[in-house]
Design a protein around this ligand. Structure first.
Ligand code: SAH
Length: 272
């Protein structure tokens, strides 16, 4: 095998070479290629699931306005043989199927074209229940990068060697098991993309919302002033900004203390 000439790829890889791999923009083909914009590259067996809910509301408008970009990379394209197989049975036996490292490797190679190798500038993430739990701090890190690549698993997951070979960071949405990484990737992207400069008109709302100061948010109210016999806390209609601030702060602290003793402890420690 080692004497196979470079110009003549091994039979099993022949198909990959002739695939139109330079055209990953399955769904967004009509939008112009955006230079220098925060970009998510998603490796998935279900490219049609993107942008999904990210195509709506603020994230959708940002996508249309070119504040961020999305490329879905169809893993099936890199599959082997007539049926473009992407998976195989687990070594050692057991239920289900595992995504193959050679197939994933080719997709990751294509995703990495034109992206920085430095993982701080371009994180490469595998959505996985074994990963570090996603949180607001991670969203901030990802948003501060130039973009990121996200690998969505299916079946029993991916061959471990791929994670090692590409220094892939595993990120979990929480302690539960989904059937695939696509929904997790969209949740991660929603939280991340809204932090990209220019995405939220009012950056105050980022500074005041839950987790920004390590606290959960205070209760919110709007009109009507009375609804089913329930009023709005008087201080909020007093027009006294200082008092409003104070009330919100107190409520934030109270709610965090009661609901999330872990966050409260950390908040106190951080304050010193
Ligand atoms: N056998 C694996 C679960 C596979 S679930 C295990 O026990 O760890 C199939 C795919 O769904 C995974 O490859 C992953 O990409 C995705 N997934 C499932 N649960 C997830 C979670 N909590 N967070 C992020 N991704 C998840």
């Amino acid at each position: 095998m080692s004497d196979t000439p470079k110009s003549k790829p091994m039979r099993s890889h022949g198909r990959v070479a002739v695939r139109p791999t330079l055209h990953p923009r399955d769904l967004m083909a009509s939008s112009p290629q955006l230079q220098g914009v925060w970009t998510a590259k998603i490796i998935t067996l279900f490219p049609q699931a993107f942008p999904g809910v990210l195509g709506e509301s603020l994230t959708g408008k940002g996508l249309k306005d070119g504040l961020w970009d999305l490329e879905s990379i169809d893993l099936r394209r890199f599959g082997e043989g007539k049926h473009r197989n992407v998976d195989d049975t687990p070594a050692g036996g057991g239920a289900g199927m595992v995504l193959r490292p050679d197939v994933l490797g080719n997709a990751l190679d294509m995703a990495s074209a034109g992206t920085p190798l430095d993982r701080a500038r371009w994180p490469v993430v595998y959505m996985s229940p074994r990963g570090r739990r996603f949180d607001q701090a991670m969203a901030r890190q990802f948003a501060a990068a130039e973009g990121m690549t996200i690998l969505c698993g299916r079946f029993e997951g991916v061959d471990e060697r791929v994670l090692e070979e590409y220094a892939i960071q595993e990120v979990s949405l929480g302690d539960f098991v989904l059937t695939g990484g696509e929904i997790a990737a969209q949740a991660l992207l929603d939280a991340t993309v809204r932090l990209i400069p220019g995405m939220l008109g009012n950056s105050d709302s980022i500074e005041e919302e839950s987790f920004s100061q390590g606290l959960l948010e205070h209760p919110q109210y709007t009109r009507p002033a009375e609804w089913r016999g329930r009023g709005i806390p008087e201080v909020l209609t007093s027009g006294h900004h200082g008092k409003v601030e104070e009330w919100r702060r107190e409520m934030s602290e109270k709610i965090t203390r009661e609901r999330r003793p872990d966050l409260w402890k950390k908040h106190l420690a951080d304050k010193g």
